[in-house]
Ligand binder design. Structure first.
Ligand code: ZN
Length: 104
């Protein structure tokens, strides 16, 4: 159950990363575009980059969670070693921390 969820999320992230990759071609500043649209482009690109970073972090979390599934540590907080609640695991299957540690 958890593994399927993690794999589903992994696929989603990989897809999202792929679409960002397609969208974030470098802005050519010498290109004769209007000033506003160039700023738009740069802004868009920065957003895509920030997004990409988030996605890559998510991907790393998922990989780590899958490793924990294999080792039997899944669902245990990596900080305080308490059990992570089912509700939280449902919402964030890749989370390494319980709600208390995550909100610290
Ligand atoms: Zn904890």
């Amino acid at each position: 159950m958890s593994r399927e969820k993690l794999e589903e999320r992994e696929q989603e992230i990989l897809l999202a990363l792929k679409s960002i990759k397609d969208a974030s071609v470098p802005v050519d500043l010498k290109q004769p575009v209007g000033r506003l649209s160039r700023m738009d482009l740069i802004q868009q690109q920065q957003m895509a980059l920030a997004n990409k970073k988030q996605l890559e972090i998510g991907l790393a979390l998922i990989k780590a969670a899958k490793t924990r599934l294999d080792s039997g540590d899944y669902g245990v907080c990596q900080s305080c070693e308490d059990e992570i609640s089912d509700g939280r695991l449902n919402a964030f299957p890749e989370t390494p921390f319980c709600i208390n540690c995550a909100s610290k």
